[in-house]
Structure formats: structure tokens, C-alpha cells
Design a protein around this ligand. Structure first.
Ligand SMILES: [Zn+2]
Length: 105
């Protein structure tokens, strides 16, 4: 494989050119915000946020609870309901191989 920026030969599995630092090959898929299936208490909004931001689920739930109280309950509840509608639910658990095939094909 060759670097598209400097033309030097790089390893097949390399993601960056070691000569100029250019990104080569397929870029990693960006993280998607999804409602968690495994960790849900209500509909998985907090667990999904925790997964996305790499935080502890309990911490996110406590934050949501206090933000809801601080906002006078109603805005927090409406935000949660909107998040429920907007954020897609995690797909059913599938074997990792099947998911990778679906992504690459
Ligand atoms: Zn290069």
C-alpha cells in the first residue's frame, strides 16, 4: 500500500503513514449515540450517554436526576422523552462477525 500524500510504501494494515502522518486506508467508524439495551433502567438513554462519553452509568443517572430536579422536573422529563424518540435503540445482540460483515458490505 502507498501513502496518497508522499507516495512512500507503508504496511498493509497501517492506518497512518509513518513518514508524513497522513491517514490512509479506511478511517475508523465514528461512535454512534444509541440507547443501550443491556444496561437500561427505563429506555436506556442514560446508559447510552454513558457509553458514548465513556462515563460510569450510575454517574450519568445521578447527573440526569439532579439536572431534572434543578430544571424544575418538566424540562428534564421532556428532554428525556425527546432523547427516547431521537436516539435510536441499540440493535439486537448479534454475533460480532455478522455485525462486521454488515458494516463492510
Ligand atoms: Zn506519507
Amino acid at each position: 500500500m502507498y501513502c496518497s500524500a508522499c507516495g512512500k510504501t507503508i504496511t498493509e494494515d497501517g492506518r497512518f503513514c509513518s513518514y508524513c502522518g497522513n491517514v490512509v486506508g479506511i478511517p475508523p467508524t465514528p461512535k454512534k449515540l444509541m440507547r443501550s439495551r443491556a444496561d437500561r433502567k427505563i429506555v436506556g438513554v442514560c446508559a447510552g450517554l454513558a457509553q458514548y462519553f465513556d462515563l460510569d452509568v450510575s454517574l450519568v443517572r445521578i447527573l440526569c436526576f439532579f439536572l431534572t430536579l434543578a430544571s424544575g422536573v418538566c424540562p428534564g422529563v421532556v428532554t428525556y422523552l425527546l432523547a427516547w424518540i431521537i436516539i435510536p435503540s441499540e440493535p439486537e445482540l448479534k454475533p460480532v462477525v455478522a455485525v462486521q460483515q454488515a458494516v463492510t458490505s
